[in-house]
Design a binder for this molecule. Structure first.
Ligand code: GTP
Ligand code: MG
Ligand code: ZN
Length: 295
């Protein structure tokens, strides 16, 4: 049976890309019974029911590496978290929550500092240093002129990539720029990515060379219930080297005495702001869990 990858799913009809072409496939009741919703990014095995019309049925969904809720996609390799130093003012709490979510799902995050043309050099530098020191790759872009976009495109190779971040930071503008580059390379036509209220609600893959990118409508807050507070300390990358060095095993690095992470904050080895946001996210995630359980 042929194998392929779901590019999009609308109204129970899935576009499956296979070496033989794109097939429109329906899902069998089987998946609904098992509580599985096929997602873009899923590797699937399908039955061809009509070769002429390229129609088929999904018969199996291969094991997922991960899946996201927003955008609802599977098997994501890389996430660009877009942040703008100005207009809108950066929401670092959101950035750090997104980082935790990607860390928990084994998705490599890259911080993209956009609107470099509007920002002060110092502001770009301080955001870049903050996240480099925490162990992340950062990239500086100006979606208007396209500076930095080529560097981004080099990271797309053979990967499923999502863009996320606050509303208005320039995700769609960057995507349009990338698509424009590929359009020029391939001579093909492609639609513009929606902005604001025109943003499509379902996740859809955009092919960029041999990589796939997914736009996400911006958001102002994230459901803290998406994170498990007990795992949070492991999701802050720069805390990991202090693991096992606190006085108490299972130290949360919040109020405990002789905490190696808090000592590192005092010595400026770990950013105080990142640590404060860790505490905040921990509290929010814990509260969300209490609400969920009801005690
Ligand atoms: N000066 C400047 N403006 C930019 C840049 N990137 C985006 N913009 C502008 O910023 C505004 C918002 O850009 P969008 O691409 O719609 O932002 P978005 O992140 O997709 O926003 P949502 O879809 O609401 O999440 C638009 O007016 C863009 O033209 C940039 O690098 N420099
Ligand atoms: Mg957008
Ligand atoms: Zn500690």
């Amino acid at each position: 049976m042929p194998e392929g990858m779901i590019l999009k799913g609308v109204g129970g009809l899935y576009s499956v890309k296979s070496p033989q072409g794109i097939y429109g496939c329906r899902a069998r009741g089987l998946f609904r019974k098992e509580g599985i919703t096929p997602l873009p990014g899923d590797r699937v095995i399908f039955d061809v029911t009509d070769e002429n019309d390229s129609e088929g049925y999904l018969s199996e969904i291969c094991k997922r590496k991960n899946s996201l809720v927003r955008p609802a996609v599977a098997n994501v390799d890389l996430a660009f978290i877009v942040v703008s130093p100005v207009d809108p003012e950066p929401d670092f709490l959101l950035v750090d929550k997104l980082l935790c979510i990607y860390e928990s799902k084994d998705i490599e995050p890259v911080i993209c500092i956009n609107k470099a043309d509007l920002a002060e050099k110092n502001d770009i530098q301080s955001i870049s240093e903050l996240y480099k020191n925490a162990g992340y790759d950062t990239i500086v872009t100006d979606a208007r002129t396209g500076s930095g976009i080529l560097e981004m495109e080099k990271m797309l190779h053979d990967r499923i990539v999502v863009f996320s971040g606050q509303s208005g930071v320039g995700k769609s503008t960057i995507l349009n720029k990338i698509m424009g580059d590929y359009r020029m390379k391939t001579g093909g036509l492609s639609e513009k990515i929606g902005r604001g209220k025109h943003t499509t609600r379902h996740a859809e893959f955009i092919e960029a060379g041999d990589g796939y990118i997914v736009d996400t409508p911006g958001f102002s807050s994230l459901d803290p219930g998406l994170l498990n507070h007990k795992e949070l300390a492991f999701l802050f990358r720069e805390f990991r080297e202090y693991e096992g060095k606190c006085r108490f095993s299972g130290c949360l690095h919040i109020n405990e005495p002789d905490c190696a992470v808090k000592e590192a904050v005092e010595k400026n080895l770990v950013s105080r702001d990142r640590h404060s946001r860790y505490v905040k996210i921990y509290m929010q995630a814990k509260e969300a869990e209490i609400k969920r359980r009801g005690y």
